[in-house]
Ligand binder design. Structure first.
Ligand SMILES: C[S@@+](CC[C@H](N)C(=O)[O-])C[C@H]1O[C@@H](n2cnc3c(N)ncnc32)[C@H](O)[C@@H]1O
Length: 452
Protein backbone atom coordinates (compact mmCIF):
# COMPACT_ATOMS: atom_id res chain seq x y z
CA UNK A 1 0.00 0.00 0.00
CA UNK A 2 1.31 3.51 -0.83
CA UNK A 3 1.50 6.19 1.87
CA UNK A 4 0.85 9.77 0.82
CA UNK A 5 1.72 12.96 2.63
CA UNK A 6 -0.59 15.47 0.97
CA UNK A 7 -3.31 15.11 -1.64
CA UNK A 8 -3.28 11.35 -2.08
CA UNK A 9 -2.23 11.60 -5.71
CA UNK A 10 0.01 8.75 -6.75
CA UNK A 11 3.48 9.76 -7.86
CA UNK A 12 4.15 9.34 -11.56
CA UNK A 13 6.22 6.33 -12.42
CA UNK A 14 9.97 6.74 -12.03
CA UNK A 15 10.25 5.33 -15.53
CA UNK A 16 8.97 8.65 -16.82
CA UNK A 17 9.46 9.04 -20.56
CA UNK A 18 10.02 12.80 -20.55
CA UNK A 19 12.76 13.26 -23.12
CA UNK A 20 15.70 15.62 -22.92
CA UNK A 21 16.08 17.53 -26.17
CA UNK A 22 17.98 20.59 -25.00
CA UNK A 23 21.61 21.65 -24.58
CA UNK A 24 21.19 21.95 -20.85
CA UNK A 25 18.92 19.31 -19.39
CA UNK A 26 18.27 20.70 -15.95
CA UNK A 27 18.25 24.49 -16.42
CA UNK A 28 15.22 26.53 -17.46
CA UNK A 29 15.64 28.33 -20.76
CA UNK A 30 14.77 31.61 -18.98
CA UNK A 31 17.90 31.22 -16.81
CA UNK A 32 20.06 30.85 -19.91
CA UNK A 33 18.38 33.96 -21.41
CA UNK A 34 18.97 35.86 -18.17
CA UNK A 35 22.69 35.10 -18.34
CA UNK A 36 23.05 36.47 -21.88
CA UNK A 37 23.74 39.93 -20.45
CA UNK A 38 26.65 38.53 -18.45
CA UNK A 39 28.28 36.38 -21.15
CA UNK A 40 28.58 37.06 -24.85
CA UNK A 41 29.28 33.48 -25.67
CA UNK A 42 26.44 30.95 -25.56
CA UNK A 43 28.83 28.00 -25.24
CA UNK A 44 30.24 29.57 -22.10
CA UNK A 45 26.78 29.92 -20.56
CA UNK A 46 26.02 26.24 -21.18
CA UNK A 47 29.38 25.17 -19.84
CA UNK A 48 28.86 27.14 -16.63
CA UNK A 49 25.26 26.16 -15.98
CA UNK A 50 26.03 22.52 -16.70
CA UNK A 51 28.84 22.72 -14.12
CA UNK A 52 26.22 23.78 -11.55
CA UNK A 53 24.59 20.38 -11.85
CA UNK A 54 27.88 18.62 -11.11
CA UNK A 55 29.40 18.28 -7.70
CA UNK A 56 32.48 20.45 -7.10
CA UNK A 57 35.66 18.52 -6.35
CA UNK A 58 36.21 20.31 -3.03
CA UNK A 59 34.00 21.42 -0.21
CA UNK A 60 35.04 23.96 2.45
CA UNK A 61 34.50 24.26 6.16
CA UNK A 62 35.42 27.16 8.42
CA UNK A 63 37.58 26.69 11.51
CA UNK A 64 36.82 28.82 14.58
CA UNK A 65 40.24 30.41 15.11
CA UNK A 66 39.08 31.90 18.43
CA UNK A 67 39.08 28.33 19.85
CA UNK A 68 41.55 26.27 17.83
CA UNK A 69 43.85 26.09 14.80
CA UNK A 70 43.47 24.70 11.27
CA UNK A 71 46.40 22.31 11.83
CA UNK A 72 44.81 20.82 14.93
CA UNK A 73 41.40 20.38 13.25
CA UNK A 74 42.97 18.75 10.17
CA UNK A 75 44.69 16.19 12.43
CA UNK A 76 41.41 15.45 14.22
CA UNK A 77 39.41 15.20 10.98
CA UNK A 78 41.98 12.80 9.48
CA UNK A 79 41.71 10.68 12.57
CA UNK A 80 37.89 10.61 12.58
CA UNK A 81 37.35 10.31 8.81
CA UNK A 82 40.44 8.47 7.50
CA UNK A 83 39.06 7.84 4.01
CA UNK A 84 38.87 11.60 3.24
CA UNK A 85 41.55 14.11 2.20
CA UNK A 86 41.64 17.37 4.21
CA UNK A 87 43.97 20.23 3.25
CA UNK A 88 44.44 23.86 4.32
CA UNK A 89 42.74 26.33 1.94
CA UNK A 90 44.13 29.59 0.53
CA UNK A 91 42.25 31.46 3.30
CA UNK A 92 43.82 30.74 6.67
CA UNK A 93 40.65 29.76 8.59
CA UNK A 94 39.36 27.18 6.12
CA UNK A 95 39.86 23.52 5.34
CA UNK A 96 39.09 21.95 1.99
CA UNK A 97 37.62 18.45 1.83
CA UNK A 98 38.09 16.45 -1.35
CA UNK A 99 34.69 15.14 -2.42
CA UNK A 100 34.75 11.63 -3.87
CA UNK A 101 33.61 11.38 -7.49
CA UNK A 102 29.97 10.50 -8.18
CA UNK A 103 29.16 7.12 -6.66
CA UNK A 104 27.12 4.72 -8.71
CA UNK A 105 24.06 3.77 -6.63
CA UNK A 106 21.98 0.63 -6.99
CA UNK A 107 18.26 1.27 -6.61
CA UNK A 108 16.55 -0.48 -3.69
CA UNK A 109 12.84 -0.77 -3.07
CA UNK A 110 11.07 0.64 -1.17
CA UNK A 111 11.81 4.15 -2.40
CA UNK A 112 11.42 7.22 -0.21
CA UNK A 113 10.59 10.30 -2.29
CA UNK A 114 11.60 13.80 -1.18
CA UNK A 115 11.54 17.46 -2.19
CA UNK A 116 14.39 19.29 -3.97
CA UNK A 117 15.82 20.97 -0.88
CA UNK A 118 16.08 17.63 0.92
CA UNK A 119 17.38 15.80 -2.17
CA UNK A 120 20.22 18.31 -2.67
CA UNK A 121 21.33 17.92 0.97
CA UNK A 122 20.98 14.11 0.97
CA UNK A 123 23.00 13.91 -2.25
CA UNK A 124 25.94 15.35 -0.24
CA UNK A 125 25.52 12.81 2.56
CA UNK A 126 22.98 14.44 4.94
CA UNK A 127 20.28 12.27 6.52
CA UNK A 128 16.73 12.62 5.17
CA UNK A 129 14.44 14.36 7.66
CA UNK A 130 10.68 13.76 7.81
CA UNK A 131 9.62 17.29 6.69
CA UNK A 132 11.46 16.77 3.37
CA UNK A 133 9.69 13.47 2.60
CA UNK A 134 6.86 13.75 0.08
CA UNK A 135 5.83 10.11 -0.27
CA UNK A 136 6.90 6.60 0.68
CA UNK A 137 6.59 3.40 -1.30
CA UNK A 138 5.00 0.28 0.13
CA UNK A 139 4.80 -0.98 3.66
CA UNK A 140 8.00 -1.74 5.61
CA UNK A 141 9.36 -2.09 9.13
CA UNK A 142 11.97 0.23 10.70
CA UNK A 143 15.60 -0.54 9.69
CA UNK A 144 14.66 -1.49 6.10
CA UNK A 145 17.20 -0.63 3.35
CA UNK A 146 15.69 2.07 1.14
CA UNK A 147 16.61 4.41 -1.72
CA UNK A 148 16.06 8.17 -1.59
CA UNK A 149 14.82 9.70 -4.85
CA UNK A 150 13.73 13.26 -5.69
CA UNK A 151 9.96 13.04 -6.16
CA UNK A 152 9.21 13.04 -9.94
CA UNK A 153 5.91 14.76 -9.13
CA UNK A 154 7.89 17.73 -7.76
CA UNK A 155 10.29 17.97 -10.71
CA UNK A 156 8.95 20.62 -13.13
CA UNK A 157 7.49 19.11 -16.32
CA UNK A 158 10.09 21.00 -18.34
CA UNK A 159 12.88 18.73 -17.05
CA UNK A 160 13.41 15.12 -18.09
CA UNK A 161 13.15 12.66 -15.24
CA UNK A 162 16.46 10.85 -15.18
CA UNK A 163 16.65 8.29 -12.40
CA UNK A 164 20.44 8.19 -12.13
CA UNK A 165 20.38 11.97 -11.64
CA UNK A 166 17.49 12.08 -9.16
CA UNK A 167 18.38 8.96 -7.15
CA UNK A 168 20.51 10.72 -4.52
CA UNK A 169 21.24 8.12 -1.82
CA UNK A 170 20.65 4.75 -0.22
CA UNK A 171 20.14 4.32 3.49
CA UNK A 172 18.22 2.76 6.35
CA UNK A 173 14.65 3.81 7.21
CA UNK A 174 14.62 4.88 10.86
CA UNK A 175 10.88 4.40 11.31
CA UNK A 176 8.32 1.91 10.03
CA UNK A 177 6.11 3.05 7.14
CA UNK A 178 3.02 3.01 9.37
CA UNK A 179 4.65 5.60 11.71
CA UNK A 180 5.30 8.08 8.90
CA UNK A 181 1.83 9.69 8.67
CA UNK A 182 1.90 10.34 12.44
CA UNK A 183 5.29 12.07 12.60
CA UNK A 184 6.18 15.65 11.75
CA UNK A 185 9.86 15.69 12.68
CA UNK A 186 12.90 13.45 13.08
CA UNK A 187 15.07 11.35 10.79
CA UNK A 188 13.31 9.30 8.12
CA UNK A 189 16.41 7.81 6.48
CA UNK A 190 19.92 7.54 7.80
CA UNK A 191 22.06 8.01 4.71
CA UNK A 192 24.63 5.26 4.19
CA UNK A 193 25.83 5.95 0.64
CA UNK A 194 25.10 9.06 -1.39
CA UNK A 195 26.03 10.39 -4.82
CA UNK A 196 28.67 12.79 -3.43
CA UNK A 197 29.28 11.88 0.15
CA UNK A 198 30.84 14.39 2.54
CA UNK A 199 32.14 13.09 5.86
CA UNK A 200 29.36 13.44 8.46
CA UNK A 201 31.21 16.19 10.34
CA UNK A 202 28.00 17.90 11.47
CA UNK A 203 27.19 14.87 13.62
CA UNK A 204 30.62 15.12 15.24
CA UNK A 205 31.66 16.89 18.46
CA UNK A 206 34.03 19.10 16.42
CA UNK A 207 30.89 20.73 15.07
CA UNK A 208 28.69 20.66 18.19
CA UNK A 209 31.53 22.05 20.33
CA UNK A 210 31.96 25.01 17.97
CA UNK A 211 35.31 24.26 16.33
CA UNK A 212 33.99 24.12 12.75
CA UNK A 213 31.14 25.64 10.70
CA UNK A 214 29.71 25.47 7.21
CA UNK A 215 30.79 28.24 4.90
CA UNK A 216 31.92 28.65 1.35
CA UNK A 217 35.38 30.00 0.55
CA UNK A 218 34.21 33.17 -1.21
CA UNK A 219 31.58 34.12 1.41
CA UNK A 220 34.34 33.76 3.96
CA UNK A 221 36.62 35.93 1.80
CA UNK A 222 34.02 38.74 1.88
CA UNK A 223 33.86 38.62 5.70
CA UNK A 224 37.67 38.58 5.95
CA UNK A 225 38.10 41.66 3.75
CA UNK A 226 35.31 43.48 5.60
CA UNK A 227 36.76 42.66 9.03
CA UNK A 228 40.26 43.79 7.98
CA UNK A 229 38.75 47.27 7.46
CA UNK A 230 36.92 47.07 10.80
CA UNK A 231 40.13 46.20 12.64
CA UNK A 232 42.01 49.01 10.88
CA UNK A 233 39.32 51.49 11.99
CA UNK A 234 39.46 50.19 15.59
CA UNK A 235 43.23 50.46 15.83
CA UNK A 236 43.24 53.98 14.34
CA UNK A 237 40.17 55.46 16.06
CA UNK A 238 40.67 53.64 19.37
CA UNK A 239 36.96 52.88 19.76
CA UNK A 240 34.43 50.37 18.48
CA UNK A 241 32.81 51.07 15.13
CA UNK A 242 29.03 50.70 14.66
CA UNK A 243 28.58 47.51 12.61
CA UNK A 244 25.36 46.23 11.02
CA UNK A 245 24.92 42.90 9.29
CA UNK A 246 21.74 43.44 7.28
CA UNK A 247 19.91 40.48 5.71
CA UNK A 248 21.94 38.43 8.14
CA UNK A 249 20.07 35.16 8.70
CA UNK A 250 20.91 32.32 9.15
CA UNK A 251 23.99 34.25 10.32
CA UNK A 252 26.95 32.57 8.64
CA UNK A 253 28.53 35.95 7.89
CA UNK A 254 27.79 37.47 11.30
CA UNK A 255 29.53 34.57 13.03
CA UNK A 256 32.45 34.61 10.58
CA UNK A 257 32.95 38.36 11.15
CA UNK A 258 32.88 37.88 14.92
CA UNK A 259 35.51 35.13 14.69
CA UNK A 260 37.69 37.16 12.31
CA UNK A 261 37.42 40.28 14.51
CA UNK A 262 38.61 38.41 17.59
CA UNK A 263 41.34 36.52 15.74
CA UNK A 264 42.75 39.52 13.84
CA UNK A 265 42.82 41.82 16.89
CA UNK A 266 44.56 39.07 18.84
CA UNK A 267 47.11 38.65 16.08
CA UNK A 268 47.74 42.40 15.82
CA UNK A 269 47.55 43.50 19.47
CA UNK A 270 48.03 40.33 21.49
CA UNK A 271 44.52 40.42 22.90
CA UNK A 272 41.33 39.38 21.10
CA UNK A 273 38.42 41.82 20.84
CA UNK A 274 34.74 41.05 20.23
CA UNK A 275 33.36 43.78 17.99
CA UNK A 276 29.72 44.70 18.63
CA UNK A 277 27.65 43.49 15.66
CA UNK A 278 23.98 44.32 15.15
CA UNK A 279 22.58 41.45 13.13
CA UNK A 280 19.28 42.28 11.40
CA UNK A 281 16.91 40.01 9.47
CA UNK A 282 13.17 39.77 9.01
CA UNK A 283 13.09 35.99 9.54
CA UNK A 284 12.72 34.87 13.13
CA UNK A 285 13.11 31.22 12.18
CA UNK A 286 16.31 31.74 10.25
CA UNK A 287 17.74 33.88 13.07
CA UNK A 288 17.30 30.94 15.46
CA UNK A 289 20.25 29.37 13.66
CA UNK A 290 22.41 32.40 14.55
CA UNK A 291 21.20 32.33 18.14
CA UNK A 292 22.26 28.70 18.32
CA UNK A 293 25.61 29.42 16.64
CA UNK A 294 26.44 32.24 19.07
CA UNK A 295 26.39 29.76 21.93
CA UNK A 296 27.86 26.85 19.92
CA UNK A 297 30.81 28.96 18.69
CA UNK A 298 31.15 30.86 22.01
CA UNK A 299 30.85 34.27 20.36
CA UNK A 300 30.26 37.53 22.21
CA UNK A 301 28.81 40.97 21.59
CA UNK A 302 26.29 40.07 18.86
CA UNK A 303 22.82 41.65 19.09
CA UNK A 304 20.02 40.07 17.08
CA UNK A 305 17.18 42.19 15.66
CA UNK A 306 14.19 40.46 14.07
CA UNK A 307 13.04 43.32 11.90
CA UNK A 308 12.23 44.08 8.28
CA UNK A 309 14.54 46.70 6.82
CA UNK A 310 11.38 48.61 5.87
CA UNK A 311 10.57 49.01 9.59
CA UNK A 312 14.03 49.92 10.92
CA UNK A 313 13.63 53.68 10.67
CA UNK A 314 10.40 53.61 12.68
CA UNK A 315 11.44 50.94 15.20
CA UNK A 316 15.05 51.97 15.73
CA UNK A 317 15.33 55.65 14.73
CA UNK A 318 18.62 55.87 16.67
CA UNK A 319 20.26 53.51 14.11
CA UNK A 320 19.76 55.91 11.22
CA UNK A 321 22.95 57.49 9.87
CA UNK A 322 25.18 55.77 12.43
CA UNK A 323 26.74 52.82 10.57
CA UNK A 324 30.51 52.77 10.14
CA UNK A 325 30.37 49.30 8.57
CA UNK A 326 27.41 47.63 6.87
CA UNK A 327 27.38 44.13 5.44
CA UNK A 328 24.59 43.75 2.87
CA UNK A 329 23.83 40.23 1.57
CA UNK A 330 20.37 40.53 0.00
CA UNK A 331 18.23 37.74 -1.48
CA UNK A 332 19.55 36.92 -4.96
CA UNK A 333 18.95 34.40 -7.74
CA UNK A 334 21.51 32.15 -5.95
CA UNK A 335 22.70 30.67 -9.25
CA UNK A 336 26.20 30.23 -7.80
CA UNK A 337 26.08 27.44 -5.19
CA UNK A 338 26.47 23.91 -6.49
CA UNK A 339 25.63 21.11 -6.95
CA UNK A 340 21.98 21.68 -7.86
CA UNK A 341 19.59 19.02 -9.12
CA UNK A 342 18.01 21.53 -11.48
CA UNK A 343 17.42 25.28 -11.76
CA UNK A 344 13.86 26.33 -12.33
CA UNK A 345 13.30 30.08 -12.38
CA UNK A 346 11.24 32.14 -14.79
CA UNK A 347 11.96 35.53 -16.32
CA UNK A 348 9.71 37.49 -13.94
CA UNK A 349 11.20 35.87 -10.84
CA UNK A 350 14.72 36.51 -12.11
CA UNK A 351 14.07 40.13 -13.01
CA UNK A 352 12.54 40.80 -9.60
CA UNK A 353 15.82 40.13 -7.81
CA UNK A 354 17.62 43.28 -9.02
CA UNK A 355 14.51 45.39 -8.37
CA UNK A 356 14.36 44.15 -4.80
CA UNK A 357 18.12 44.53 -4.28
CA UNK A 358 17.92 48.21 -5.33
CA UNK A 359 14.93 48.75 -3.05
CA UNK A 360 16.67 47.13 -0.05
CA UNK A 361 19.92 48.96 -0.80
CA UNK A 362 18.07 52.30 -0.48
CA UNK A 363 16.86 51.18 2.98
CA UNK A 364 20.31 49.97 4.04
CA UNK A 365 21.80 53.26 2.82
CA UNK A 366 19.80 55.07 5.53
CA UNK A 367 21.85 53.28 8.19
CA UNK A 368 25.26 54.47 6.98
CA UNK A 369 26.96 57.79 7.59
CA UNK A 370 29.31 59.57 5.15
CA UNK A 371 32.68 57.81 5.20
CA UNK A 372 31.07 54.49 6.23
CA UNK A 373 31.77 51.22 4.36
CA UNK A 374 29.24 48.96 2.70
CA UNK A 375 30.11 45.40 1.71
CA UNK A 376 27.83 44.16 -1.06
CA UNK A 377 27.81 40.49 -1.97
CA UNK A 378 25.64 37.91 -3.69
CA UNK A 379 25.94 34.21 -4.43
CA UNK A 380 25.12 34.68 -8.08
CA UNK A 381 27.09 35.65 -11.19
CA UNK A 382 24.39 37.56 -13.09
CA UNK A 383 25.51 41.10 -13.98
CA UNK A 384 21.97 42.42 -13.30
CA UNK A 385 22.36 41.64 -9.58
CA UNK A 386 26.02 42.57 -9.27
CA UNK A 387 27.75 45.30 -11.32
CA UNK A 388 24.30 46.77 -12.06
CA UNK A 389 23.57 47.24 -8.33
CA UNK A 390 27.07 48.62 -7.69
CA UNK A 391 26.55 51.12 -10.54
CA UNK A 392 23.28 52.19 -8.91
CA UNK A 393 25.09 52.80 -5.58
CA UNK A 394 27.80 54.83 -7.36
CA UNK A 395 25.55 56.95 -9.54
CA UNK A 396 22.41 57.39 -7.40
CA UNK A 397 23.46 56.92 -3.77
CA UNK A 398 26.85 58.66 -3.71
CA UNK A 399 29.24 55.78 -3.04
CA UNK A 400 32.72 55.06 -4.38
CA UNK A 401 34.32 51.70 -5.03
CA UNK A 402 37.15 50.50 -2.79
CA UNK A 403 39.88 48.42 -4.42
CA UNK A 404 39.90 44.95 -2.85
CA UNK A 405 42.03 43.33 -5.56
CA UNK A 406 45.08 42.94 -3.31
CA UNK A 407 43.32 40.46 -0.99
CA UNK A 408 44.07 36.88 -2.09
CA UNK A 409 44.60 37.95 -5.73
CA UNK A 410 44.87 34.30 -6.78
CA UNK A 411 41.14 33.87 -6.09
CA UNK A 412 38.49 34.92 -8.59
CA UNK A 413 38.25 37.41 -11.44
CA UNK A 414 37.80 41.17 -11.81
CA UNK A 415 34.26 42.57 -12.03
CA UNK A 416 32.80 43.20 -15.48
CA UNK A 417 32.91 46.54 -17.27
CA UNK A 418 29.54 48.19 -16.81
CA UNK A 419 27.97 51.56 -17.54
CA UNK A 420 28.21 53.81 -14.47
CA UNK A 421 31.40 52.15 -13.22
CA UNK A 422 34.67 53.68 -14.43
CA UNK A 423 36.32 51.18 -16.83
CA UNK A 424 39.56 51.53 -14.83
CA UNK A 425 37.77 50.31 -11.71
CA UNK A 426 36.12 47.07 -12.75
CA UNK A 427 39.04 45.17 -11.21
CA UNK A 428 38.20 46.75 -7.80
CA UNK A 429 35.31 44.24 -7.60
CA UNK A 430 35.66 40.45 -7.47
CA UNK A 431 33.54 37.85 -9.23
CA UNK A 432 33.67 34.07 -9.24
CA UNK A 433 32.30 31.49 -11.66
CA UNK A 434 31.38 27.83 -11.37
CA UNK A 435 33.86 27.36 -14.19
CA UNK A 436 36.58 25.23 -12.75
CA UNK A 437 36.51 22.09 -10.66
CA UNK A 438 35.41 23.65 -7.41
CA UNK A 439 34.39 27.19 -8.32
CA UNK A 440 31.02 28.62 -7.35
CA UNK A 441 29.26 31.74 -8.57
CA UNK A 442 29.84 34.67 -6.18
CA UNK A 443 30.33 38.46 -6.23
CA UNK A 444 32.01 40.87 -3.81
CA UNK A 445 32.26 44.68 -3.90
CA UNK A 446 33.29 47.04 -1.12
CA UNK A 447 31.86 50.57 -1.28
CA UNK A 448 32.39 53.71 0.74
CA UNK A 449 29.79 56.46 1.20
CA UNK A 450 31.25 59.75 -0.02
CA UNK A 451 31.67 62.56 2.52
CA UNK A 452 30.04 65.16 0.27
C1 LIG B 1 21.11 35.66 1.17
S1 LIG B 1 20.20 35.54 2.63
C2 LIG B 1 21.35 36.06 3.83
C3 LIG B 1 22.39 35.04 4.23
C4 LIG B 1 23.21 35.51 5.42
N1 LIG B 1 23.88 36.77 5.19
C5 LIG B 1 24.24 34.49 5.88
O1 LIG B 1 25.41 34.61 5.51
O2 LIG B 1 23.88 33.56 6.59
C6 LIG B 1 19.11 36.90 2.52
C7 LIG B 1 18.36 37.23 3.79
O3 LIG B 1 17.64 38.45 3.56
C8 LIG B 1 16.53 38.46 4.42
N2 LIG B 1 15.59 39.51 3.97
C9 LIG B 1 14.93 39.56 2.79
N3 LIG B 1 14.16 40.68 2.72
C10 LIG B 1 14.36 41.35 3.89
C11 LIG B 1 13.84 42.56 4.42
N4 LIG B 1 12.96 43.28 3.73
N5 LIG B 1 14.25 42.95 5.65
C12 LIG B 1 15.13 42.20 6.36
N6 LIG B 1 15.64 41.02 5.91
C13 LIG B 1 15.26 40.61 4.68
C14 LIG B 1 16.00 37.04 4.30
O4 LIG B 1 15.19 36.71 5.40
C15 LIG B 1 17.29 36.22 4.22
O5 LIG B 1 17.61 35.70 5.48
Amino acid sequence: MEKFRDNGEKSQSINSNRVDTRKSSFIDADVVEYLRLTFKNEAEIYKLVNNLIKSPSNYYIRVNLTLTSVEDIILQLKDKFPSYIFTPSPIENMISIKIPANSHLILHHPIIYCDKFAAEAVRMGANLYIPGVTEIEGSFPAKTSVSVVMDPKKVPESFPFNLSHFHVANGIAQIASKEFPKKLNGIMVETIESRNKLPPYRQNSLYSDGFISDQHLYANLATKIFTEYIVKFYLQEKHDPIIFDTCSAPGHKTSAMAEWGYHLTKKKTGSGHWFPIKSIDRSKNRLLHLEHDISRLKLENIEIYICKLEKIEKKYPNFIGTGDFIFFDPPCSALGPRPKLYISKNKTELEDFARNQRRLLKLVDKLIHPGGYLMYNTCTFAIQENENIVAYALTKLNYRLIDISSFYPQLGNPGLIYQGISPQKNHYMRRFYPSDEDGQGYFIALLQKNET
